[in-house]
Ligand binder design. Structure first.
Ligand SMILES: [Zn+2]
Length: 353
């Protein structure tokens, strides 16, 4: 996994090769080297990530590392130096002699960091001096020096952060998802009313729920996947129900005028869910019947010889709509599942030799 040029450098400088990286201590600093696409990356550890966030020395370090003859070392043209999370990453164009240029950079530019008095030998986890005891972990594509006994701790911290403990709010996210449900369901109902295939709107139920969840600052990670998926299911059901409710008064259903909107939706649902017409009518009578006619008269008056044909047609439409809604919705939020997998893949720090 490690290229020949890196391997040779590792031998010369007494660095270790593992996990696709070459790493170790050079000129009092923990560094790591890795091959990228068309580039070689030099990671320089500047101090514990927890302390680095508000440290002005990080900006100064960036300036020092950038402030060199970029052509001589053939740094990439834009954003060649990135500083964050207690480390700097310098990107060099790959090609013949790349390793020589990097070595020159390490011996000529990197020592200028010494003026900043960085905590370059503090454990990335506990912040105590590392001394000779440094072990290394690979965390989110960065090599961090830690005490070997701190590795369980940094693993626990990382998985807590991935659960979204730090950032975002569950409540704000849920409110956003709810708005997404309403917007998506409204679109669904409108399509349903206009006679289009409403299931397509499932795509937007998912899209809106997920987008609003993010816009409102919902908690990230697994929580987001669970809430947005639940919102999709609820939104699809709400869309179908809303569509049926919107048909109220437009439909030639028996007795429609005598029923309230809620009763109408219930009756329509029963027509779908209850296979026996007599049972369905009896229940409808219990809800909407008047003393002016008996149950038998009501059933007689509303008896529909096409009930079973209509019912299976509606049942079919109902399930096709739900199925389509969930399928299209799943398409619009599939990124959540892939991203989650990627995070899980990256989440556990890897102990290096
Ligand atoms: Zn430590």
């Amino acid at each position: 996994m490690v290229g020949t040029a890196l391997k040779k450098y590792a031998e010369r400088a007494g660095l270790t090769c593992d996990g696709g990286y070459v790493y170790g201590k050079v000129r009092h600093r923990h560094i790591a080297l890795v091959d990228g696409t068309g580039v070689k990356l030099l990671q320089i550890y500047l101090g514990p990530p927890a302390c680095a966030a508000e440290d002005v020395r990080m900006l100064q370090a960036k300036r020092i590392l950038e402030n060199c003859d970029a052509r001589r070392y053939r740094l990439i043209r834009q954003n060649a130096v990135n500083v964050g999370g207690g480390r700097a990453v310098v990107a060099f164009l790959d090609g013949p002699g790349a390793m020589d240029r990097i070595e020159r950079y390490i011996s000529e530019v990197m020592p200028r960091l010494d003026d900043l008095r960085l905590d370059g030998d503090a454990c990335a986890c506990c912040g105590e001096p590392l001394g000779e005891a440094a072990g290394y972990v690979l965390l989110d594509d960065y090599i961090l020096p830690v005490h070997p006994e701190c590795i369980p701790e940094i693993t626990a911290q990382k998985s807590a952060a991935d659960d979204g403990g730090g950032e975002g709010s569950l409540v704000r996210g849920a409110v956003g998802a709810l708005l997404g449900i309403v917007a998506g369901a409204a679109l669904w109902a409108a399509l349903y009313l206009a006679g289009f295939v409403a299931g397509v709107a499932g795509f937007f139920v998912g899209l809106f729920s997920n987008s609003f969840y993010g816009l409102f600052g919902g908690r990230r990670g697994r929580t987001r996947t669970v809430i947005v998926t639940a919102a999709l299911v609820l939104g699809v059901l709400a869309g179908q129900l809303g569509g049926m409710a919107a048909m109220y008064g437009k439909s030639a259903a028996p007795n429609a005028v005598e029923m309230s909107r809620g009763q109408y939706v219930l009756t329509r649902f029963e027509q779908i869910l209850i296979s026996g017409q007599e049972i369905a009518l009896r229940r409808a009578y219990e809800r909407t019947g008047t003393e002016a006619e008996t149950q038998e008269e009501y059933i007689c008056r509303n008896w529909n010889p096409e009930y079973s044909a209509n019912r299976s047609e509606e049942l079919c439409e109902f399930w096709v709509n739900l199925g389509m809604g969930l399928t299209f919705g799943g398409l619009s939020i599939q990124g959540l599942f892939f991203r989650k997998n990627r995070e899980m893949h990256r989440s556990s720090p890897r102990r290096l030799k």
